[in-house]
Design a protein around this ligand. Structure first.
Ligand code: F6P
Length: 476
């Protein structure tokens, strides 16, 4: 019998916070996925009989709700065609490029939209079924922007929050979307809509005023039915203490030394860690590094670039093409400059556990994070949290949300390859005092503003808006 769920706090996200694994005896099981979101929400979920609704990945369609590690998990099934049209199509072929400043061209297909509506409805129905009376429901990200309105129609008693993890585009770009009004109306079903940056919240409020004609005042939107919706910025963060603790483990320090050793103990290890995504600017940063080798500003043996590219959305065309382009570029640079036992670029198309990531962060002299556009970029914050001795340098794109907090990084415009080359050199040649001054300030910011604080702030602000009388969540 599946557990009967009546939750006071419901998280609705495209993915469940667990991955499918095969146990030692060959039976299928689940393992907690390492994201910061679940670690931040876990205590408040436990205190409030929390439930998490999400897609388990794949097209396994007969999964019942289950309890894993004390958390109630409610799988939402997707058919093969829905994976194509809702996930790969509308979510990642339309919204993803549109919301990332058209770094790639978004495609608009009516059948993708129909699947988006149908799948959002399924998530909303599932949330309506498991939420206790007057519960709080927190909907996550761009895949589920219609859920707040659909859920409010089904369950007007609920307090509903929505958080967008990716950028919200400038009004001129958003207007290209044939279903722009429906998306705005969907989001307005929430009481509180959270964005990464104040500029994104302002774009949203302006669009609502211009396109839907609702009255707005600062970050408040007044709806004709008397409800007030607030749109504001809540910059997300990481489990900073968790990363710091991991980086301090002797095993991680030893692994970091081993990584440097196996790279031939170069003077400068540059590091990039990204999902293999065209928004991340992996190509341009490797090109910049290649040009520095060609010009003799850097030399193989003294400098190496370690690039980890985590496989992602591999059935989407633009991602396939990107993989081929990067494979070719890495091959060319290594062919031109590499030597036996000393490649110029050490490239891994693979994902690693948190321990290995922490060891890589400890091993790297210069972390290179150069997205064309990024909602926040948590890798930049993870690197900072792992630099226990205030050393190391961060080269960071101005167009990552993290740049608003990590002002002491070497900030670069990823479209300006010469500027990026100069920043790579400057960061690698900076003296210890300069690096320490910058890193100390960034560490203070990251350690004080962690993901736990982000979740607490959002949930406590959510309990203050809407003007209805739900009981507050139990605090932890
Ligand atoms: O940041 C956006 C996001 O969709 C996250 O929600 C997710 O963890 C990550 O990108 C990976 O995406 P996907 O779920 O498509 O593999």
């Amino acid at each position: 019998m599946p557990p009967q769920i009546s939750a006071d706090l419901v998280i609705v996200a495209n993915r469940l916070p667990v991955d499918r694994i095969t146990e030692d005896d060959g039976s299928p099981g689940w393992r907690r996925s390492p994201g910061g979101l679940v670690s931040a929400l876990e205590p408040v979920m436990r205190a409030n009989d929390g439930a998490w609704i999400g897609w388990p990945g794949g097209t396994d369609n007969d999964l019942e709700p289950f309890v894993e590690d004390g958390l109630s998990l409610v799988p939402v099934a997707l058919g093969a065609e829905e994976v194509e049209d809702f996930y790969e199509g509308f979510s990642n072929g339309t919204l993803w490029p549109l919301y990332h400043d058209l770094v790639a061209k978004p495609e608009f297909h009516r059948e993708w939209w129909d699947a988006y509506v149908a799948v959002n409805r399924r998530f909303a129905e599932q949330a309506a079924a498991v939420a206790a009376e007057n519960a709080t429901v927190w909907v996550q990200d761009y895949q589920l922007q219609l859920v707040p309105q659909m859920l409010r129609e089904l369950r007007p008693d609920l307090r509903i929050g929505f958080y967008l993890h990716i950028p919200f585009p400038p009004t001129e770009l958003f207007q290209q979307l044939p279903w722009r009004r429906q998306i705005l109306a969907g989001l307005l079903g929430a009481d509180l809509i959270g964005f990464q940056l104040p500029g994104a919240a302002a774009n949203f409020v302006r669009l609502v005023r211009q396109r839907v004609g609702h009255k707005t005042h600062r970050d408040l939107i007044h709806l004709p039915d008397g409800r007030t919706v607030r749109a504001a910025a809540f910059p997300i963060s990481i489990d900073a203490e968790g990363f710091e603790e991991l980086a301090a483990r002797p095993g991680v320090a030893a692994r970091a030394a081993e990584i440097r050793e196996s790279l031939g103990n170069p003077e400068t290890v540059f590091l990039g860690i990204d999902r293999l995504d065209y928004t991340k600017g992996i190509y341009v940063r490797l090109r910049a590094f290649g040009e520095l080798l060609a010009e003799g500003e850097l030399t193989v043996g003294h400098a190496v670039f370690v690039q980890v590219a985590t496989p992602s959305r591999e059935r989407v065309d633009q991602y396939r093409r990107l993989r081929d382009e990067i494979d070719r570029l890495v091959g060319r640079i290594n062919g031109d400059f590499g030597e036996i036992g000393s490649p110029a670029i050490s490239y891994m198309h693979s994902s690693y556990p948190r321990e290995e990531m922490a060891a890589l962060y400890r091993a790297a002299d210069v972390m290179v994070v150069t997205p064309y556009r990024d909602g926040m970029n948590l890798v930049a914050k993870e690197y900072v949290a792992c630099r226990l001795y205030n050393d190391g340098a961060l080269v960071l794109s101005e167009f990552a949300g993290a740049a608003e907090e990590l002002r002491q990084a070497w900030l670069v415009n990823p479209h300006d390859i010469n500027g990026m080359k100069a920043a790579l050199l400057e960061a690698s040649r900076a003296g210890p005092r300069e690096k320490s001054r910058r890193m100390r300030a960034m560490r203070r910011q990251v350690m004080e503003h962690d993901v736990r604080r982000w979740a607490d702030t959002f949930l406590s602000e959510l309990s203050c808006v809407g003007g209805r009388d739900q009981p507050p969540l139990r605090r932890v």
